[in-house]
Design a protein around this ligand. Structure first.
Ligand code: ADP
Ligand code: MG
Length: 214
């Protein structure tokens, strides 16, 4: 049975869509992956359309666009056919976001390592806690070291929240690959971005391995 990962964070621009696409492509190197776009802005769907005619796009990733009352059913169906289902959610806490979180094995919350992004994540953290779903925070566009990052790390640890040990830096490679309908592991398999992303995916899988099967 596949695992469902909901990428959620109320803050727009935190990297939800980019991370769903990048993680999906990297996971597809060894697995079958479904990407589910439930955001009305449909950026992941647009990426999927570009991908359909991108020569470097590897097979193994399929993009679906679904929302509303069918969502819970579709999630159940997809996890029978795919190893991983990543759900890209809208930047609001609405009934769809709740359905996605309710159905998820893990809620992945991207955030810039600065306090306002953690404040913006409180709604998602509360929802995950209400639905008793495990969460993993992921620093995105993170400087290698900064006072704010250290401060936020300490706060996250003090609250006993999971933080992926690998952060994603701010790299043009991510945005460029996305703009071509690709992941960095396809656009530049030997780049620092690709290495960083694969390490982040491994850390996510290690965490998922520790999450109880549903
Ligand atoms: N690590 C990163 N490095 C460079 N650009 C990034 C990174 N993460 C996200 N971006 C860019 O930031 C913008 C917002 O990301 P996006 O995934 O659309 O956020 P969200 O879905 O949370 O609103 C996009 O243009 C995306 O390409
Ligand atoms: Mg988005």
């Amino acid at each position: 049975m596949g695992k469902i990962i909901a990428v959620a964070q109320q803050k727009g621009g935190a990297g939800k869509t980019m991370i769903a696409a990048q993680f999906g492509v990297a996971l597809a190197e060894a697995s079958k992956v479904a990407l589910l776009d439930i955001d009305p802005q449909a950026s992941l769907t647009a990426w999927g359309r570009l991908r359909a005619s991108a020569p470097k796009a590897a097979p193994g990733v399929e993009v679906f666009t679904i929302s509303g009352w069918r969502l819970a059913n579709e999630l159940e169906k997809l996890k029978h056919s795919y190893d991983y289902v990543l759900v890209d959610t809208p930047p609001v806490i609405d009934s769809d976001a709740r359905r996605a979180i309710r159905g998820a094995d893990l809620v992945l919350i991207p955030l810039n390592p600065a306090p306002p992004d953690l404040w913006a994540a409180e709604g998602t953290l509360k929802l995950a806690s209400e639905e008793r779903r495990p969460v993993a925070l992921l620093f995105n566009r993170a400087p290698a070291a900064s006072r704010l990052r250290k401060r936020l790390e300490a706060e996250i640890i003090a609250r006993r929240l999971n933080l992926l040990p690998v952060a994603l830096a701010n790299r043009a490679g991510y945005a460029n690959a996305f703009a071509d309908g690709l992941g960095v592991t396809e656009a530049g398999p030997a780049t620092q971005a690709a290495e960083e992303l694969r390490a982040a995916v491994r850390s996510l899988l290690a965490l998922l391995g520790g999450v109880e099967a549903r």
